[in-house]
Design a binder for this molecule. Sequence first.
Ligand code: AMP
Length: 447
Amino acid sequence: MSFSNLGLSPEIVRAVTERGYDKPTPIQTQAIPVVLSGGDIMAGAQTGTGKTASFTLPLLHRLSANKGISSNSHGFPPIRALILTPTRELAAQVQESVRDYGKYLNLNSMVMFGGVSIGPQKQKLRTRVDILVSTPGRLLDHVQQGTVNLSRVEVLVLDEADRMLDMGFINDIRRILSLLPKQRQNLLFFATFSDKVKTLAAGLLNNPTMIEVARRNVTAATISQKVYHVDRERKRQLLSHLIRENKWYQVLVFSRTKHGADRLVKQLGEDRIQALAIHGNKSQGARTHALAKFKDGTLQVLVATDIAARGLDISELPHVINYDLPNVPEDYVHRIGRTGRAGAEGQAISLVCVDEHHLLADIETLIEQRLPKEMVDGFGVNPEIKAEPIPNGRKPPSGGGGNQRTRRSAPKSASSKSPRQPSSRTAAGDKKPGSSSPTPRRSGKRR
Ligand code: AMP
């Protein structure tokens, strides 16, 4: 299968070819024909599967093929496509893709998010904007001020809808939906299926095609996963030791909390390791600056919380460190998906103290795999130290074990199986065309 076989225009095929894509990924092969034909889709796919192009390419094709649109109040064509994303970084990244894939087309796009001045956005909205990429909050600010008109939107994309719902955007989304024309195409993407996603889909989608691309194969040979057991008090020293000894030059470190991320940046600085943090309390300028430096290789360590890092496409990242294990086991998969991408070698290391043993057990159950466990010379574990509850986290189970689910429940097929040794499942697509129910098929395969 090639991009031109999928029915995309020569201008779009040229742009993706220049980007170095040889052939469509499974989600692209499945989604592009449906979107081109005007159908709604509900797609389970994570970052790294090529999901952005799976909606952007056919969207660009449709908008450029059909130009007969009247002007808005400023004499420009109205906004024809709206793409909503949960985070600012993802919004910026999606718009970059829209611009890049559409560079040979006569379509204009714009990105909007909070944390930056609203004035320039208002000005830009007075020009021609065919495709608007936005976070929900800032879009509603513009709605309130009467500076955006959504009454002519033909296509709505909800990217990472599950994360938007987890972040409490449901009322914002409902409000935005009420401002859109009833007759439109809806494309809904989620990484993790939940009841909230199901409810949203039921009220939004019209006879959708279900597309489910298998969860990124976390056991892929390109990601080596490892656990270092270490005492709580010595994690920071171990992190500095690993970075220095191994001469790591680009490391993404995950912290469970914003405060923990800031503290770690400070401590790494004391160890003369250059680090910056991205999290929800940082200004947008600081987040953009840190990410740009990290991406261009001038920042050695980026410390991130789960929400801030969600969806970031940092290509060929060599090392991901879980300084803390996440409270939600699915976030482990999202985190380590930052490395070993596009066939590049990657290493995912988790620093685990006694407080986190139950979280590790949850993760191993979810990924159906036992992770190799080691200790680093000079960082042996003191068996006298007892587990303490994690602030804002689930308490360790009193009877050991640790296989209960946290906020989100794992698919049944996962919890009914015991962890097993690494397998080598592929990320093959799994489509159920023409279904009329917005409930995706739950096969034995993990998303
Ligand atoms: P996404 O899942 O949209 O975040 O995309 C992940 C990465 O895959 C991005 O760096 C894309 O540029 C890249 N990508 C998307 N489609 C393809 C393709 N067909 N071939 C190679 N790389 C791709």
